[in-house]
Write a protein that binds this ligand. Structure first.
Ligand SMILES: *Cc1c(COP(=O)(O)O)cnc(C)c1O
Length: 405
């Protein structure tokens, strides 16, 4: 048995069967590259679903992690720590929100946003508990907790996991008419991804987010933007909402906030919403711990100082053009923004999975999402040369070999 096969076997025997990973076992990473246990090198074009925007083991982030680990790692929120204040202030000043509430995983931050919206709905808007509704969209992905899957439109995510949390209403993504029709006095909030990543990098029609914001204002509802995947530079701006100059009432961040080394998430909001929380109403043992705060601060510094959003805008636009120029006979559409790119495989060419396997065999790691879509989302520290090297390989796999020279 190969080394790889042994690791796969062990993980399959002792692990739960809740993932279907590509059969590659990684043991080292640096920048945009990872190496498997057989010594093969791969270009990482998934970036842990955008949790690795700063690349693998960014030296500055690792240094922050190690230095903090040698000083103080965990206090709980029963006490203050000397990293939390600086982190919150850095995050607020960068994003322009008055307050931040740190959590750990993305799903926890989404839950926090839902709790904030519900409490605001009752305390500020005066909507009775049983009436309050949050509008969400078909194809949404906001995490895996029981409340969050309660409003998933994906049967696989829900089947067998009920009873579900009430108080959510689904409308088609990108459909303003439907949204307008669904909004009422009961609507306390709209929860939306500015681009749906897990649904297959689904980009709404131009002006959508701006119109959603306007509808929210009209109905006195909060706009909750889930930018856990699209935020922190991925789409070519700090937030995908920035493309339409939309400022949500609650911004939800995660993934790249932890710089690829540690789970850190947060919600951002102004006093009017954040002040619904009082001591005891919400919390997390690990949320805002000094290790997380030190790592997140370094992650934000790298994002800003290495101009990762600008890089994503420039390289993403170019790379998307190059992918379209391949004119692959198996590709229906190339879509996305910045370095969040979806290549949609024509249904008559079969599912996307075998294409991802073929890419893997040739040293490129990408993962299919929702059967037909290959997501290309490399770390934002990637260079044009590194992407250039990937193009002939992608061309070959998509059935349109480039002539040499
Ligand atoms: C990944 C993701 C989440 C969930 O984050 P976890 O850290 O896996 O809990 C929520 N929303 C969006 C848009 C995501 O991409």
């Amino acid at each position: 048995m190969t080394t790889t096969a042994q690791y796969l076997d062990e993980a399959e025997r002792f692990g739960a069967n809740n993932y279907h990973p590509l059969p590659v076992v990684l043991e080292r990473g640096e920048g945009v590259y990872v190496w498997d246990v057989e010594g093969r090198r791969y270009l990482d074009m998934l970036s842990a679903y955008s949790a690795l925007n700063q690349g693998h083991r960014h030296p500055r982030i690792v240094r922050a992690l190690v230095e903090q680990a040698e000083r103080l790692t965990l206090t709980s929120r029963a006490f203050h720590n000397d990293r939390l204040g600086p982190f919150l202030s850095r995050l607020c000043r960068l994003t322009g929100f008055e307050r931040a509430l740190p959590m750990n995983t993305g799903a926890e931050a989404v839950e926090t946003a839902i709790k904030a919206a519900r409490k605001w709905g009752q305390d500020v808007r005066g909507v009775p508990e049983g009436d309050a509704e949050i509008i969400v969209f078909d194809g949404n992905f906001h995490g895996r907790t029981t409340t969050i899957i309660s409003f998933s439109s994906e049967p696989l995510y829900r089947k067998g996991f009920g009873p579900f949390t009430p108080g959510f209403r689904l409308v088609p993504y990108g459909d303003l008419q439907a949204l307008r029709g669904a909004m009422s006095r009961r609507t306390i909030a709209v929860l939306v991804e500015p681009i749906q990543g897990e649904a297959g990098v689904v980009v709404p029609p131009p002006g959508f987010m701006r119109a959603v914001k306007a509808l929210c204002r009209e109905h006195g509802a909060l706009l909750l933007a889930d930018e856990i995947q699209t935020g922190l530079g991925r789409t070519g701006r700090l937030f995908a909402c920035d493309w339409e100059d939309v400022r949500p009432d609650v911004m939800i961040v995660g993934k790249a906030l932890g710089g690829g080394v540690y789970p850190v998430s947060a919600i951002l909001a102004d006093d009017a919403v954040m002040n619904v929380f009082s001591p005891g109403t919400h919390g997390s043992t690990f949320g805002g711990n000094p290790l997380a705060a030190a790592v997140a601060m370094a992650s934000l510094d790298v994002l800003v100082e290495e101009r990762l959003a600008e890089r994503a805008a420039e390289l993403g636009a170019w790379f998307m053009d190059e992918l379209r120029a391949l004119e692959s006979p198996v590709v229906e559409e190339v879509r996305g923004r910045g370095l969040l790119i979806g290549v949609v495989i024509r249904s008559d060419a079969g599912p996307a999975r075998p294409f991802c396997e073929a890419l893997m065999e040739r040293g490129i790691l990408a993962k299919e999402t929702h059967e037909q879509v290959i997501r290309f989302a490399p770390p934002l520290v990637v260079t044009r040369e590194q992407l250039q090297e990937a193009l002939p390989i992608i061309a070959e796999v998509l059935g349109r070999p480039l002539s040499p020279g």
